[in-house]
Design a protein around this ligand. Structure first.
Ligand SMILES: *Cc1c(COP(=O)(O)O)cnc(C)c1O
Length: 387
């Protein structure tokens, strides 16, 4: 192995690249709204932007709850997902319920979904984890039967498949995030979209936004220090995937002005970012032994991280340095601080628990070139053989 790789290079786990001209656009006046660019890009009719996806999910759930006069007080979510999804439910004063995932695909386990859904279910959240496209048809049939809303969590995917509907625009509502580690990571911001429920989106009001200069400066700093040669700095600054914490105390503001300007100018670079991720994912798919791979791995616009399943996914320092990470440390129902908010007698989610123990994710971002990707494959194979 070349020494530069062994001793000096440090690879961040997630995408940090945003064009400099997009960042500098903070200083120019712009009358355009990002909302309209996003609507056109996703070919969807209605959209609200917020400071984060979780803020929008909270506002949406609060609105749906009022509308249903609190008859339905549960939100059904994947047993393995981002903890801020759970935080939004708790902030809206609703109960968390969980359904299981299939560890061989990361898709919903439909039997489990069927046994968890009921007349108490206000909404079902389903996700495209890492960007792997989750087929919606069977989930839609189940939620429809029980009169629950279907919320498509597309925080980890952004793009379009040729002529088909973009992920995030298929459910009753779709959720996108522009935070750290997401497909277009400007360091914050989120979008809630819908084709059919414009009255609900129109009724959502958010607190006044901040200017967002702090986030813009952090984004600029991240661009510089995420170069592999600055290997000692990234450890000191908060960037990468973002910590997986459960905190219902988040604020609910509109999108900061600076981030909106950056997003307008960064959206045109999305195709390039997605194309690069696809290319790196193809290297992983070709080089890693079949037994590590999920069967549906190529069913995506691009993967923000490349998931593999090992017997045991305990991390090593070496893997950490080349941008390999665990994702969420445990299944939702195993998180101590979330347990008090779970529906009593929720079903068990053994698939989600298995995912939390076996899943490892490889970086696919633009800072990883083909040579590094091949090196990462060698490290992974060595790691598997030594366990
Ligand atoms: C990041 C993420 C969210 C939350 O997005 P924020 O903008 O950070 O609030 C929700 N769901 C999934 C699957 C995510 O990855």
């Amino acid at each position: 192995m070349p020494t530069y790789f062994k001793n000096i290079a440090w690879y961040p786990p997630a995408e940090t690249k945003v064009p400099w001209h997009a960042i500098f656009s903070v200083f120019t006046s712009q009358s355009r709204e990002f909302k309209y660019d996003l609507l056109r890009f996703l070919k969807v009719d209605h959209c609200v932007l917020g400071e984060s996806a979780r803020a929008l999910l909270f506002k949406l759930l609060e609105t749906l709850k009022k509308q249903n006069h609190s008859q339905r007080d549960e939100v059904l979510i994947p047993g393995y997902t981002c903890y801020s999804v759970a935080a939004a439910i708790v902030k809206a004063g609703l109960k968390i319920n969980v359904y299981d995932l299939d560890p061989s695909t990361l898709y919903p386990d439909l039997d489990s979904l069927k046994s968890a859904v009921s007349e108490k279910t206000l909404a079902v959240v389903f996700q495209h984890l890492f960007g792997i496209f989750t087929p919606i048809y069977d989930i839609q049939k189940i939620t429809c039967k029980f009169g629950a809303y279907l919320i498509e969590d597309a925080a980890q995917t952004l793009g379009t498949f040729g002529n088909g509907k973009a992920p995030g625009t298929i459910g009753d509502f779709g959720l996108f995030s522009f935070g750290r580690g997401k497909p277009l990571p400007v360091g914050g911001g989120g979008a809630l979209v819908s084709d059919t429920n414009s009255e609900i989106l129109d009724s959502i009001s958010l607190d006044r936004p901040k200017m967002g200069y702090k986030q813009a400066s952090l984004l600029a700093a991240t661009q510089i220090i995420s170069k592999p040669a600055f290997y000692w700095i990234p450890e000191l600054l908060p960037f990468g995937l973002g910590k997986t914490v459960f905190d219902p105390g988040f604020t609910v503001e509109a999108i900061p002005n600076a981030l909106e300007k950056i997003l307008i100018n960064a959206l045109p670079s999305l195709n390039q970012l997605n194309g690069h991720r696809k290319c790196i994912s193809d290297i992983y798919s070709k080089r890693l032994a079949n037994k590590l791979l999920l069967g549906n791995i190529n069913n995506s616009i691009s993967l923000i991280r490349y998931p593999i399943m090992l017997l045991d996914s305990s991390m090593t320092k070496e893997l950490n340095r080349i941008g390999v990470r665990n994702m969420y440390p445990s299944a939702i129902s195993d998180v101590r601080v979330i347990k008090p908010y779970l529906k009593a007698n929720h079903i068990s989610t053994p698939g989600a628990v298995e995912i939390s123990k076996r899943l490892l994710t490889l970086p696919t971002h633009i800072g990883i070139n083909k040579k590094v990707a091949k090196q990462i494959c060698i490290e992974i194979v060595n790691f598997v053989n030594s366990n």
